[in-house]
Design a binder for this molecule. Structure first.
Ligand code: SF4
Length: 430
């Protein structure tokens, strides 16, 4: 039985209790949301020591960090370093998007050291293997695809991105659309090319039941990918993108009926004033399923700073109801991220998620605590309330020097510290 089956029978499992406790909500609420497909707990049957995380309605907005090799940079040691950097920065989930080196070995090593839910995009491994066999043409063997999905499920992957919404219909629409950046999803571009060349239907759409069987068996959460997500503001909300979302909504309904947990993936690049409508659309078309957005990036012209462009969009999306933010690092559009990029990406996404949760869930206590500590010049508690205490500590040690005994101010204003002046004023000392 899957988690959804149990939820529908009225059973409250240990996972549901853990999420309820962590989020400060009633376990019965968690059960009901899982049964309705509005909340997921990604956890493969085979995974033992994993931090249970819930994603969806009424919960803290979660953050995912993508790591993984490429053909040109495929060091396992580097990927493990990035994994631990993401974990130290308190990511809620990790995706291994490796396309270089020994992909299975890398996945297993990451799984062994990752206590958070781990996701993959199985079609990457399929296309990498196919390309290694034959460089001259795009090939896809349906059996190999499903074998790879099953293999990754057996390895312990908790959630999988599968681009089931790219169908012959969506590809046909895409070819008639004059997009500026075309297809920007790696999996989507491989799949659509293969479909356009062969005229075949997408196997994960055509044999969706087979995919659901594997998911049921291993308790895999499906992350229905947006292979036709817009890669620039000009392409946002065009017909292929909307067509794909409609298919994803239909597939989510079918998966839910079969007791398989589903997340819906979203863009990408979107003008700031369309983000709220996009989230409403997903919630409506996809039956309230958890929404997992990449960014969204609110402008196209800030390479080197796309952790910021995406955090701006992420905060708006999360406030509007998006449940899961996939980080974007400063090296987006430039190259494979380094550990420092991973750290900056996770922190930017966490800040966006936190800013949204203050208003979405009314979680104001931490900010209130920080403000009180600032006013009291209580540096110890300020560090405690910081989203990144390690950064706080480094900057504080670097900038608070040459102090007289008892001086609690910092080097910004020193003797003109407004907090101190205000305290003296209120205490009647000035
Ligand atoms: S010195 Fe200035 S910056 Fe530093 S704590 Fe006081 S008011 Fe804030």
């Amino acid at each position: 039985m899957t988690l959804i089956d149990k939820a529908r029978q009225g059973r409250i499992t240990t996972e549901m209790r853990t999420v309820a406790k962590n989020e400060g909500v009633d376990p019965e609420y968690i059960r009901k949301q899982i049964a309705a497909g509005r909340l997921v707990i990604p956890r493969n049957n085979h995974r033992k020591n994993i931090d249970i995380e819930g994603v969806g309605a009424g919960l803290r907005t979660k953050v995912n960090a993508n790591i993984g090799t490429s053909r040109d940079r495929n060091s396992l040691a580097m990927e493990l370093k990035k994994l631990h950097t993401a974990l130290d920065a308190k990511t809620d989930a990790v995706m291994d998007l490796s396309t270089g080196g020994d992909i299975r070995k890398i996945r297993k090593a990451i799984l062994a050291e990752c206590p958070k839910p781990l996701g993959t995009v199985p079609i990457y491994e399929v296309f990498v293997n196919a390309t290694r066999k034959c460089k001259s043409k795009v090939t896809l063997d349906t059996e190999e695809l499903f074998d790879t999905i099953e293999l990754q499920a057996e390895d312990g992957v908790d959630f999988m991105t599968v681009h089931c919404g790219i169908t012959r219909v969506t590809v046909e629409r895409l070819m008639k659309t004059n997009r500026v950046t075309g297809i920007v999803s790696r999996g989507g571009s491989f799949l659509a090319s293969w479909m356009a060349i062969t005229g075949n239907e997408n196997p994960t759409y055509e044999h969706f039941d087979r995919l659901l069987k594997i998911c049921r068996k291993h308790e895999i959460t499906l992350s229905l990918g947006d292979g036709l997500r817009p890669g620039c503001l000009a392409d946002a909300h065009d017909r292929p993108m909307l067509q794909e979302m409609i298919f994803l909504g239909e597939l989510q309904k079918k998966a839910l009926e079969e007791g398989v947990q589903v997340i819906i993936e979203g863009p990408g690049h979107m003008p700031l004033d369309t983000i709220e409508a996009n989230v409403s659309l997903e919630k409506s078309v996809c039956n309230g399923a958890p929404y997992y957005v990449l960014g969204p990036l609110v402008c196209d012209v800030a390479p080197g700073y796309d952790h910021i462009t995406s955090a701006i969009g992420g905060a708006i999306a999360a406030k509007a109801g998006a449940d899961f933010l996939c980080y974007v690092t400063p090296s987006e559009h430039l190259g494979l991220p380094e550990p420092e990029d991973v750290k900056n990406g996770v922190m930017a996404a966490r800040i966006a998620a936190h800013a949204a949760d203050i208003v979405k869930l009314g979680r104001k206590d931490r900010d209130r605590g920080m403000s009180a500590a600032r006013k009291a010049l209580d540096w110890e508690n300020q560090e405690k309330f910081s989203l990144d205490p390690s950064k706080f500590d480094v900057v504080k040690k670097d900038r608070r020097f040459k102090k007289k005994a008892g001086d609690k101010t910092c080097t910004m204003c020193g003797e003109f510290c407004a907090y101190e002046v205000d305290s003296k004023l209120r205490g009647g000392a000035v």
